[in-house]
Write a protein that binds this ligand. Structure first.
Ligand SMILES: [Zn+2]
Length: 240
């Protein structure tokens, strides 16, 4: 443990109110909710996924862990005057591809400045989102009708589709043992453990590459009951 985190642990262990309330990377600013002591970490990273925010905020009223909730209201966040999908900022190559896609007219120098800002700050945010040893990070997402588990099937290591008529609701995990548990649920689940040739800069790819436990919980926007039900199933059956 580094001297700084040791000091933080000592200080915040006794005075949790002094722990930081926010963390940011470029224009992605996250509010931090802490309750109790737990190895669970939670994330809501897309500002337009309102269902995920509601479900996670309510969940934290009855569960221990640390939750990071993006404060943006839009999906993209600003970085050096450009737009960026925050779930593409976890690798330089993924961020660069996304910056070019969302900012067709940007000059190469402007893209380079944005990438430099991300490179300087990335590791601090990644450390916060990494669960303690053996712990689990759970990211809540919502999709519209366009995206579904069908897009993940071809690039996954293992797939269990118990709800083929609900392709928009699924778990995506990085740890085989979590997959084995999640596939006993009544829900869809895919395992993505190996890093594919193209790194898209998402947090799930970073978690898989670094070997930590991560679960994405995707549910159609506007279906909080379904997201709550699946999150509760995970809490009950997947060990901390
Ligand atoms: Zn999302």
């Amino acid at each position: 443990m580094s001297e700084l985190s040791r000091r933080e642990l000592l200080a915040f262990g006794w005075f949790p109110l002094l722990a930081p309330r926010h963390i940011h990377l470029a224009g992605a600013r996250f509010r931090i909710l802490r309750t109790g002591r737990s190895c669970r970490r939670y994330l809501r990273i897309h500002g337009d996924e309102e269902t995920a925010r509601l479900v996670l905020e309510r969940h934290m009223q009855t569960h221990d862990g640390v939750a990071y909730i993006v404060e943006s209201r839009t999906r993209a966040v600003p970085v050096e005057g450009l737009k960026l999908d925050p779930n593409r900022m976890f690798s330089r190559v993924g961020a660069e591809a996304n910056l070019q896609r969302l900012n067709r007219d940007a000059a190469p120098a402007q893209i380079a400045r944005a990438l430099a800002v991300l490179d300087r700050g990335r590791e601090k945010l990644v450390r916060a989102l990494t669960p303690p040893r053996g712990g689990l990070t759970i990211a809540l997402h919502n999709n519209a009708r366009g995206y579904s588990v069908e897009e993940e099937v071809g690039i996954s290591d293992r797939v269990s589709l118990r709800q083929p008529l609900e392709p928009h609701a699924f778990f995506l995990c990085t740890e085989p043992r979590d997959y084995e548990l999640l596939k006993t649920s009544p829900y869809n689940v895919v395992l993505q453990q190996k890093t594919p040739p193209s790194d898209d800069g998402s947090l799930s790819r970073l978690a898989a590459a670094r070997g930590w436990r991560y679960v994405n919980l995707e549910v159609l926007i506007g279906e909080p009951e379904r997201q709550r039900e699946m999150l509760n199933w995970l809490e009950w059956h997947v060990p901390e």
